[in-house]
Ligand binder design. Structure first.
Ligand SMILES: [Fe+2]
Length: 279
């Protein structure tokens, strides 16, 4: 089967989230991530910055959350649509302010939405390096969800984390050459786990840490180095409690690489020290 990586590489391009406190959230992402407002609608604000973007919607408005993955161009999007149709995966055409016309959205068996499209907004200013790179969820139905994203959508498994009983607890999946652009943790709830910005190097991690320190936003997890992906990281939270990760040195994985297996341990999730084990 053709994977996304092989046929139509896709990278995480923007988030579309909803919140009960849009003004506070817009302010946070403007101040902390250097995003700028590019559109204001009745029930959403569109923010874009250097290699990162998001749509922040009112939770009482008509906006549905989704995670936007960009493919290279219109012909790649058409090829992806053919692949999805060939696997009997329905998709719906949507209007997305960050994508050119023709973008689509798919819905997974638990109701999460992934959009695919061609990036339409270009950022004309520089800022500290933090390219929106991956998003992660907790799920009560890991096996089915992974099967959906692999068999229907075309993600490839890079690494799995397995507990002492042989139960798969975490699955890291890629849609291009980077180790993971999407991952799922087995958990007791279905919730958004975190999203991640990839920086250029360790010194950027320092600078982002200093920026959050100056704003008195404490580190939630890290700094450390993940086993799967081998990336340096730390995590903070936004005013809604959503977790943001800043990363460096995320590994790349060739298309023909077989999935790796890691034991579930603190060392796997953070080789430098204590880990956050989801439950
Ligand atoms: Fe992550």
């Amino acid at each position: 089967m053709n994977t996304l990586q092989q046929s139509t590489p896709a990278r995480l391009h923007h988030l579309q989230i909803v919140t009960g406190q849009p003004e506070t959230m817009v302010d946070f992402y403007q101040r902390m991530l250097d995003l700028r407002i590019v559109e204001v609608h009745a029930d959403s604000t569109v923010l874009a910055g250097p290699a990162r973007a998001m749509v922040i919607g009112r939770s009482d408005g008509g906006i549905e959350p989704h995670y936007g993955y960009a493919v290279a161009d219109a012909s790649a999007l058409e090829a992806l649509k053919r692949q999805l149709s060939g696997r009997d995966l329905p998709y719906r055409t949507i209007e997305d302010p960050m994508f050119a016309p023709g973008a689509i959205v798919i819905t997974d068996p638990q109701g999460r939405r992934l959009a695919f499209g061609v990036a339409a907004q270009a950022c004309d200013y520089a800022g500290p390096p933090a390219r929106l790179q991956h998003t992660v969820f907790q799920t009560t139905d890991l096996d089915n969800i992974v099967r959906f994203y692999v068999e229907k959508v075309g993600f490839a498994i890079s690494d799995e984390v397995v507990d002492a009983d042989g139960v798969v607890m975490v699955v890291f999946m890629r849609s291009d050459d980077e180790h993971h652009t999407l991952a799922f943790f087995r958990g007791s709830n279905n919730e958004w786990d975190h999203h991640c910005y990839e920086t250029s190097e360790w010194n950027d991690i320092r600078d982002w840490g200093d920026r959050f320190a100056a704003a008195e936003v404490p580190i939630f997890f890290g700094p450390g180095r993940h086993g799967p992906g081998n990336n340096l990281f730390f995590m903070v939270t936004d005013p809604d409690g959503n977790r943001l990760e800043f990363s460096a040195e995320l590994g790349r994985v060739a298309a023909d690489t077989l999935p790796g297996v890691w034991p579930q341990s603190e060392r796997t999730l953070n080789s430098w020290g204590r880990a956050w084990i989801r439950s």
